[in-house]
Design a protein around this ligand. Structure first.
Ligand code: ADP
Ligand code: MG
Length: 457
């Protein structure tokens, strides 16, 4: 039977659709799921941060009237899937008698973020080992890597992998399984609350939750403080589970040896399992990630922009890359376009303080032109000119190759310098790159040019 909240939501959707385009409804509004109604706001869950941002920034204003009519509220709290448990707990605590939709859903529904799956995880050279280990653990828990300890910088996919393991086990389980995912902070807070409670009730409930886990995933374990009680409790939980053949998976922003607050005995427990890092993505991986995100979010980007972005986003982590893609797409939308173009990208990157043609040192570019034109005895203005004879084309390609490899100038910027589109630039770069590998003469020539560049520095 439909609950009150759900029934009202249907009517809201009808009203929203009078003010919001069908594309907007499909992309951003239909994925919302109402879970609770508070005195002054409706609480909904959005499948991704992108949906949340888009609804908050663009659609909420147009939704207020219907919210007022059908729920008698004017506002909306939008949660992400991973936030719903914490929300329900807090709400239930404050309103012991309230009728909440949430707990019913939480027990029967996969609690993991549906977007954080193995399928949505792009594999590249920088994360393939950790992916394989996570996958092995998901397919055969508590067999080989126990505990599995994943570490790496912020925004590189640790939480994604933990959820992917959770999702996988959830979907493939053939008997009830107790899969417990918490952040270290939640674990710590739950512990502190438990010891505060009168008698032993709190502690019993706490232990029941964690020591009866079949799979325990703790995110951001580096936040384990040096308060003795928490580590003690965690140590005992760890031992209990480990001895009972249960799988433990931990993530951290650094390896165990660098977590200063970690007790030695825990450190050695972690070391008894499998410790694996995730590195920032290289060019190929960035490109694949960008393509995947564009596909998943149903964005449209002009042809070739994915390459340029992979090139220009070298210093961004994956979460930041997602944010940039979103900003570019929003900007395009704002400009009334359905396909994001290079102008949108340039504008967004410029606002982010990324180097543009003007800010990359002219001196260094000039030096490459000087050295190459001198080496081949050609006029330097031909290097950026339109001539297509081999005597000119090859030195031009070498300039492009040098700018890319030696100065790390983004391909799009190189394109602007040479007045050519980025496919031409990529072609030039790849051609020389190939020859450096296969042709000794080219290799020597490039080495000579590079050493001249360095001498002149
Ligand atoms: P961390 O926990 O390491 O800080 P997250 O797991 O939260 O990072 O990842 C940040 C964002 O980047 C998430 O939206 C996640 O889906 C995405 N992401 C990270 N790694 C990958 C990958 N290999 N493929 C696709 N998306 C990824
Ligand atoms: Mg994380």
């Amino acid at each position: 039977m439909q609950s009150y909240i759900e029934k009202q939501w249907q009517e809201c959707l009808d009203d929203f659709s009078k003010k919001i385009s069908s594309v907007g409804m499909d992309l951003w509004i239909s994925p919302l799921q109402p879970i609770n109604i508070e005195p002054d706001r409706l609480v909904v869950v959005a499948p991704s941060d992108m949906v949340r941002t888009q609804v908050n920034n663009i659609y909420l204003a147009r939704m207020k009237e219907a919210l007022r009519t059908h729920y008698n509220v004017e506002n909306m709290l939008i949660l992400l899937p991973e936030e719903r448990d914490a929300y329900a707990e807090k709400f239930n605590e404050k309103n012991p008698d309230a009728e909440v939709l949430e707990p019913k859903i939480a027990t029967t529904k996969n609690p993991f973020n549906p977007r954080y799956t193995f399928d949505n995880f792009v594999i590249g050279t920088t994360n393939q080992v950790v992916y394989a280990a996570a996958r092995a653990v998901a397919e055969n828990p508590a067999k080989r890597f126990n505990p599995l300890f994943i570490y790496g910088g912020v925004g590189l996919g640790k939480t994604h992998l933990l959820h992917a393991i959770g999702n996988y086990i959830w979907e493939h389980k053939n008997k009830p399984m107790n899969i417990v995912y918490v952040t270290c902070e939640q674990f710590t807070n739950a512990y502190i609350n438990a010891i505060r409670e009168s008698q032993s009730k709190g502690m019993d409930a706490f232990r029941k939750k964690y020591r009866q886990a079949d799979i325990l995933l703790i995110d951001d374990i580096e936040f384990i403080g040096n308060k003795k009680g928490v580590q003690e409790e965690f140590f005992n939980t760890f031992n209990d589970l480990h001895q009972a053949g249960k799988q433990i998976i931990l993530s951290s922003d650094r390896p165990p040896k660098d977590i200063e607050t970690l007790e030695e005995r825990l450190r050695s427990r972690f070391a008894s399992g499998f410790i694996q890092d995730i590195q920032p993505p290289d060019f190929e991986t960035r490109l694949l990630i960008i393509q995947k995100k564009i596909e998943l979010e149903r964005f449209e980007f002009a042809k070739g922009l994915d390459y340029e972005l992979a090139d220009r986003l070298a210093n961004f982590n994956i979460r930041e890359m997602e944010a940039i893609l979103r900003k570019i797409y929003f900007l395009a939308n704002l400009n009334g376009k359905t396909v994001a173009t290079r102008e949108d990208m340039d504008e967004v990157l410029e606002r982010e303080g990324e180097p543009t043609t003007a800010s990359i040192s002219k001196m260094t570019q000039e030096k490459i032109f000087d050295i190459v034109s001198h080496y081949f005895s050609i006029d330097r203005k031909d290097l950026v000119g339109r001539k297509r004879n081999k005597e000119i084309v090859e030195p031009r390609q070498i300039c492009i190759y040098l700018m890319w490899t030696q100065l790390a100038i983004p391909l799009s910027t190189i394109g602007q310098i040479f007045g050519r589109d980025h496919t031409t630039i990529i072609h030039a770069r790849d051609k020389i790159m190939e020859q450096v590998k296969s042709n000794k003469q080219m290799k020597n020539m490039i080495n000579e040019l590079i050493s001249q560049l360095k001498d002149n520095a």
